[in-house]
Write a protein that binds this ligand. Structure first.
Ligand code: PLP
Length: 391
């Protein structure tokens, strides 16, 4: 087996993973890894969760695909449940975070394409350090230079400003501005948390200037911060929200959520996806909600997040020459390293702890949301051991 047949767009480690169970991953030779990366914030309920496996098996025996020419019971139930649990009135299902973001961007543009809503408004304010996916629209919106390099001409219509700078946002608003696209926590950008004041300020600016506010919750959403969505900590209501990753726990599933006001701009033929809302994905999504929306789930995430964060802060106090800063919320945590982070991630991997590097020399500590205090102690012990070894 080798990776030479793969397009070399990933810094792939030499590890081969064969199976997973809970918060553990196993190599073919039985080597066990403690997974504090969750497939980059995807496996919210861990690996091979029995309830999800059963839901997918049952559905696989019934129906795989019918297209969006028809509805399925799982689709109708899942959409209704998401509407009941969130601000949204309408849901569009797709297969990846990038697709969900594309849908949101298109909805913003479509909404303002009607003269009655403000003709000529088609620009969206986005943020430095932001990440929204890999399609041309998503890299054009995002603030990651490496992701953009060499792909010109990019899509016009995005005005990037510094993250957290409300005054810069206000300065960037012109008669052509249609919306604001922001992450409540920049995950890929290095676990940079938007303050409550910043998010509330964006909502106020959007209201004042008649703009649509779109929150990209692909990474920070689906319970990771101890609430269904990370923006809820700021008590705001967005116009559009994108979700992916945790909502499918590893099965390709994403969604774009919108209120009736925005959704009214969309009509048959204006958007679509062959695989979006496929019955297998709907079965998994419903099973994920069964667990996440159960009493006490988010409170447990908050509790484990607090334990992990306090352990990381203790490590930072003990090893200030290694860990420069701890940041994040719930179980979306990051340590900004005082030494190069890639080598540290590798050293952790050698000790069988998997983490995920991000921008800004940050290592994301993003375990499955079903992690317990024993797993957290084990991870902190490995981190401490590696910190001690740094000269
Ligand atoms: N938006 C955010 C905030 C993300 O973190 C990501 C992926 O990391 C995406 C969008 C893109 O999602 P996908 O890779 O599923 O297209």
């Amino acid at each position: 087996m080798s990776t030479t047949s793969l397009l070399p767009v990933y810094r792939r480690s030499g590890i081969v993973i064969e199976r997973g169970e809970g918060v553990y991953l196993y190599a073919p030779d039985g080597t066990r890894y403690l997974d504090f990366a969750s497939g980059i914030a995807v496996n919210a309920l861990g690996h091979s969760h029995p309830h999800l496996v059963a839901a997918l098996r049952d559905q696989a025996a019934k129906l795989w695909h019918v297209s969006n020419m028809y509805s399925t019971p799982g689709l109708l139930r899942f959409a209704d449940r998401l509407v009941a649990a969130t601000f949204a009135d309408k849901i569009f299902f797709c297969n990846s975070g990038s697709e969900a973001v594309e849908c949101g961007i298109k909805m913003i543009r479509k909404y303002f394409s009607s003269p009655s809503r403000g003709e000529g408004k088609n620009r969206i304010i986005t943020f430095e350090g932001g990440f929204h996916g890999r399609t041309l629209a998503c890299i054009s919106a995002g603030g990651n230079e490496i992701a953009r390099e060499g792909y010109a001409p990019l899509l016009d219509g995005f005005d990037r400003v510094p993250f957290g700078d409300l005054a810069a946002v206000e300065r960037a608003i012109t008669p052509h501005t249609a919306g604001i696209l922001v992450e409540a926590i920049q995950g890929e950008g290095g676990v940079r948390v938007a303050s409550v004041e910043f998010l509330q300020g964006l909502r106020k600016l959007a209201d004042k200037h008649g703009l649509l506010l779109m929150l990209d919750e692909v990474q920070a959403g689906m319970g990771r911060t101890g609430k269904l969505f990370a923006f809820e900590h700021a008590g705001i209501v967005p116009d559009i929200v994108t979700v992916a990753k945790g909502i499918g726990n590893g099965f390709p599933l994403a969604a774009c959520l919108a209120g009736d006001k925005v959704a009214a701009a969309m009509s048959p033929g204006t958007h679509g996806s062959t695989y979006g809302a496929n019955p297998l994905a709907m079965a998994v999504g419903n099973a994920v909600l069964d667990i996440m929306l159960a009493e006490g789930f988010f409170a447990q995430v908050e509790k484990m997040g607090a334990a992990l964060e306090s352990g990381l802060r203790e490590l930072q106090r003990r090893f200030p020459a290694v860990i420069a800063e701890v940041r994040g919320r719930g179980l979306l945590l990051g340590i900004r390293m005082a030494i190069p982070h890639h080598a540290f991630v590798e050293a952790l991997r050698e000790e069988k702890l998997l983490t995920s590097p991000a921008q800004d020399n940050v290592i994301r500590i993003i375990p499955p949301l079903v992690v317990n205090s024993g797993h957290i102690s084990d991870a902190l012990a490995i981190l401490a051991r590696i910190c001690e070894k740094v000269p």
